[in-house]
Design a protein around this ligand. Structure first.
Ligand code: ZN
Length: 200
């Protein structure tokens, strides 16, 4: 016998299916939502629907945005000669929080993982190479993928392709803990990793 009515169970199941939310948290969130005012619930559900409808990948850097070209790519004060390649939008957010990096980005949306069946074609690699064509003003590509096996595999794969195009390729220093997600690393460590980058 299920403890709650169908609607509550459905809500708990949907929340529990989100990353990082276990059954207990899902239950807590579901009861919290039920206790919220109609206005707040409408606002929450509306913002989920709106975000899903309007957010897509930036045509240039593949970061999430609700404009055709994201605010970073369209900012004339950013240095177009450097592209930092990251795995996920939250990695970009971590570097942006430091306020020290003034170049552009490219978001791969993952890393190469034969174990999980993720190959180069599943990532936004083609779009990166397009940005490095003959017309390109890019002088350096900084590969800031994670320092776990998948991140290193991706870095090696990219560096081979980018070097063929005659663009300098660097890798952030391994000050970033192995297996550590970039978004969970403090600003100082991120900046040290960026400053200590070496050509590969
Ligand atoms: Zn962009």
């Amino acid at each position: 016998m299920k403890l709650y009515s169908g609607y509550i169970n459905e809500l708990i199941d949907e929340l529990a299916a989100l990353p990082g939310i276990g059954n207990k948290s899902a239950q807590r969130l579901a009861f919290y939502i039920i206790g919220m005012s109609d206005e707040r619930v409408n606002k929450l559900s509306g913002s989920i629907v709106q975000a899903k409808q309007h957010v897509h990948y930036c045509k240039v850097c593949q970061n999430l945005t609700d404009t055709e070209i994201c605010p970073i790519c369209s900012d004339p004060s950013r240095d177009p000669s450097t592209i930092m390649v990251v795995e996920h939008p939250q990695d970009l957010a971590a570097y942006e929080k430091t306020g020290k990096y003034k170049g552009l980005y490219h978001v791969l949306h993952g890393s190469i993982s034969p174990m999980l069946g993720v190959g180069p074609d599943d990532l936004r690699i083609k779009e990166l190479l397009q940005r490095l064509g003959p017309e390109s003003r890019v002088k350096e590509v900084i590969i800031a993928t994670n320092s776990d096996l998948e991140g290193e595999t991706t870095a090696m794969y990219l560096s081979k392709l980018i070097k063929l195009l005659g663009v300098k390729t660097t890798r952030i220093a391994s000050g970033v803990p192995v297996g550590g997600d970039l978004e969970n690393i403090d600003e100082m460590t991120l900046l040290r990793a960026l400053d200590g980058r070496t050509e590969i």
